[in-house]
Design a protein. Structure first.
Length: 211
């Protein structure tokens, strides 16, 4: 079993958690939601001795994907996203870049993944979970070996993502949490797109939206 480690940086004006999941044996790292400050993300990885090999997006909002193309340019790492999120990545209004960055940001992922798909990237196994509600193609990435899920804006500590943006649905979001994330082990750590980390057990017990 590979030695895995996690870390995060807060990037951009909306304080997005950009997460790293590194294979310490290979000194390679996956990056989740590089929303901004690509050079800072790369510098942090360099400081840790990691080569960034893959970029994964939980959803297409600009505060989560705004730095992805620059990070790809700097590292040559391909970008992954759920196939249902492709239209949002290509639309500056629905991905909110015209409002957040005051400019249009559009992009195409290199690989579009499916719900339930199992990935092995840099020796790290991930399972893709489609969790619509915040956006139509929002997803989470579960790593059984590391005992964690990268939840984007689906689930927060004591809260859930907003559903009042284009394509959002609170009923869908609640179903996503209950029918996808709450089926994960209680011990699984939840690494959200904003705020503090939490756990599945804590959210089942205390989250007022879905507990």
């Amino acid at each position: 079993m590979a030695r895995l480690s996690t870390a995060s940086l807060t990037v951009g004006d909306l304080a997005v958690n950009c997460w790293f999941l590194a294979n310490e044996d290979m000194k390679e790292a996956l990056v989740f939601d590089p929303g901004d400050e690509a050079e800072q993300i790369l510098a942090y990885a360099d400081q840790k001795g990691w080569k960034i090999t893959f970029i994964l997006l939980t959803h297409g909002h600009a505060d989560h994907m705004g730095g992805a193309e620059e990070l790809k340019r700097l590292t040559k790492a391909p970008v992954y996203a759920l196939e249902e999120e492709a239209p949002m990545l290509k639309n500056g209004k629905t991905n909110l870049s015209v409002f957040i960055q005051r400019r249009t940001i559009t992009m195409e992922a290199d690989e579009y993944v499916k719900d339930g798909q199992e990935l092995t990237l840099s020796g790290i196994r991930l399972k893709v979970l489609h969790t619509p509600g915040h956006t139509p193609g929002g997803c989470c990435y579960y790593c059984e070996e590391a005992g964690c899920v990268f939840a984007g804006d689906t689930l927060f500590q004591g809260s859930v993502g907003r559903s009042d943006f284009p394509g959002g649905s609170m009923s869908q979001l609640i179903r996503s949490v209950k029918e996808k994330l709450f089926l994960l082990p209680d011990t699984a750590k939840v690494y959200p797109g904003h705020g503090e980390e939490t756990s599945i057990a804590y959210e089942k017990k205390y989250n007022p939206f879905v507990g």
